[in-house]
Write a protein that binds this ligand. Sequence first.
Ligand code: CTP
Ligand code: ZN
Length: 160
Amino acid sequence: MDRGDGLLVRKIREGVVVDHIPPGRAFTVLRVLGLLPPKPYSGRIAIVINAESGKMGRKDIVKIEGYGVEDLSLEALGIVAPGATVNVVREYKVVEKRRLDLPEEASGVLRCPNPTCITRKEREKATPRMRLVSRSPAKYRCVYCGSTISEEEFQDLIAI
Ligand code: CTP
Ligand code: ZN
């Protein structure tokens, strides 16, 4: 069922719709997808913030025309918007639906909160790697130093 956003933004012909994004995270979704300046995307993008949602109360939606699911980093998106849906649209029809979830491992997505971690060194910096140690409540652990990151900290530690 199409609630709320149908009034604001029309359907797209070809591309990707990220739906059921937790409210307020649409711009973070665009950022991790590399679609914000300084590298602007030449296709059309529609952003709906705080759309009505039956399930969630409010949600954000991002529609990206001419974009393929292979262009998306599902690992990073899963951390920004767990529970969101990626819809692939062709000739106005949803041909594929993928539910996003927290990845078991995230490489280069979350920064380690520990200032002395090897991933934070100026020289010979290692790419941060985090492993999911608990889903509910969500918690990641740094592979290098063992520091943990709780759900409330995720959004502030996104490295992309
Ligand atoms: N959508 C779109 N353009 C299309 C087809 C769909 O922008 N040509 C959008 C819809 O507006 C909706 C999302 O893609 O935001 C998913 O569409 P659809 O699967 O038809 O909606 P629902 O059944 O409500 O999806 P769900 O069950 O995932 O909530
Ligand atoms: Zn660390």
